[in-house]
Write a protein that binds this ligand. Sequence first.
Ligand SMILES: Cc1cc2nc3c(=O)[nH]c(=O)nc-3n(C[C@H](O)[C@H](O)[C@H](O)COP(=O)(O)O)c2cc1C
Length: 174
Amino acid sequence: MDIMKTIYGRRSVRQYTDKQIDKDVLDKLLDAAIWAPNGGNRNPWRFIVVTSEAQKKLLLKFTPGVFDMPSAMVVICTESKQKSINENKRMIHMADAAIAAENIVLTAYSMGIGSCMVVSFADIAIRKILNLPDQLSLKILVTLGYPDESPEPPPRKPITEIAFENTYGNRWSS
Ligand SMILES: Cc1cc2nc3c(=O)[nH]c(=O)nc-3n(C[C@H](O)[C@H](O)[C@H](O)COP(=O)(O)O)c2cc1C
């Protein structure tokens, strides 16, 4: 699929059918994720793919940002050897996780699968459910499933309002 078509067409999908996503498809989505740019090519991601009904039900109890049972949830974490990392590294890891998530949602859309990124979750509870060790930092959840809705695109601010040429204040003209 053409990249701009994919970017324009993808929507956050929050209602899913009962159809399950095959494992080989989930595998492709993970492969798309690991080919994302990442700081220093350190590959800090750790992905927990949750497909078991029992685990999903538990996760849903602690993710107010999820509104329907997805077929799968990819929990994106990053790993650091040191217990406390500085703000710069934290920011890089957040960017790494977000870009991997974007690769997942765009690839999912190109394969007819709906998705939604979620950061509204109870960190401590999710860590417990997934048995996350201390060195993993929980960043983003991605819900995945075959769409049971086709949301209208929420509006974006015009580029001319939020982009500037050479210096801030000198508005970009399209
Ligand atoms: C970092 C991040 C966190 C988000 N968290 C949630 C969430 O907790 N629950 C939810 O329903 N949508 C969540 N979303 C989806 C946004 O609401 C959605 O991307 C936005 O409304 C634009 O709609 P679109 O994705 O269809 O273009 C999140 C998106 C991002 C990028």
